[in-house]
Design a protein around this ligand. Sequence first.
Ligand code: FAD
Length: 411
Amino acid sequence: MGDIPVFPQLHRPEEARLNIIIVGAGLGGLGAAISLLLAGHNVKIYESATRIDEIGAGIQVLPNASKILTHWGLHEKLSAHSCSPTQCNLINWHGEPLTSMSFTDASQAYGSPFWDFHRSDLHRVLYERVLELGGTVEVKSRVVDCIVDATAGSATVELASGAKASADLVIGADGIRSKMREVLVGHPVPPTPTGDLAYRLLLDTKALMGDADLRAFVEQEQVTYWMGPGIHVVVYLIRNGGLLNMVLLVPDDMPEGATTMEGDIEEMKALFKGWDPRIGKLLSLCKEVQKWKLCIQHELAQWTHPQGHFTLLGDAVHATLPYLASGAGMSLEDGCILGLCLSSPRLPASRKPSGAELNYALQKYEECRKPRTSRIVARGSHQGYLYHLDDGPEQVLRDQELKRKPTREGE
Ligand code: FAD
């Protein structure tokens, strides 16, 4: 796994650089900034939040995404914050093991690790890399509009303050409730609720050590999934084993319009009556919990403005259910491909690309990314169907299939 090259930062003369504005400093926006800075362009990010941070709890990074992060020169820094699970276990809701998959073998096969992080650790490392490469980030800067002027060869963003800024390229990386998506399409495009919500918990692993059943979750660096009717649960370690990240995916009972809210612990516990007793034990350690409505973004006809100079990436254009642990990975892939399209030998090295050259690169980016991300969105929803099968013949068949698959760990 030591042979993944670090991409060097290309040096383009100032007059040959594109000036790029990214809207949103989430994982997708920061990743795109790194990739475009490495491609030799100038990048400025506008972020609406008052400070640079990432909310939420844990995040799984699969080998496709860890490989990109390594190309961006982040392997060493991220390794210091990550857990590297060796195995993934699937269990039915009564606690019966169904199958396991060796992440150690899969990491070898893909040539890059599985990493689990606290989101804010991953986010901070990306942010620091953006600054190191010469990018700038302005907080408290909500972008409310973007107007393309193909004749001038630019796009101009307008901030809530009324200030305006122009660039050769504007990238909307403003997440699932993207304003830039609405602006690009020309009318509101709200994401589609899926009927599921996520309770997200972080448990201090010290509190698990006194119980033999729970201690195993700390001593073995593994990802564990329980599957039951309409519900599944995921746990994995983060922060070098200091925290257990627990996500409970259950039917959505949030009021219309709500996106996140404080969860009721007793209500949450009541959903798990009759489940593997280890879940009840873990939930008894919970002191507070947030719940998140889960939505997806169906494929848009176009990611890029018809006149060019303005495109989208990340959750803004392909938010998926988190059931394949791939939403952030897709956002990082978007940024990586966009950077490669804008560093390709097709672009002139000594002058700024023309509007046509830039827009050709954006078209290639969209052509490359759209089929894969649409497949991931659809596959994520199908995974939910498989995880949440009711008790009955289909569930029995699923579990038989899973048990039939060889358990690779320890073979
Ligand atoms: P966001 O992270 O939403 O970032 C958007 C940024 O834009 C924010 O900083 C926001 O403040 C800013 N912004 C918004 N509007 C404006 C504006 N008008 N002007 C300026 N700034 C603005 N993915 C994985 O790969 N692995 C996982 O294990 C995983 N687990 C998940 C678990 C759950 C419960 C959920 C809900 C998601 C999970 N995901 C996972 C998905 C992942 O979190 C997202 O796909 C990823 O964070 C999307 O990044 P983004 O940068 O596109 O959007």
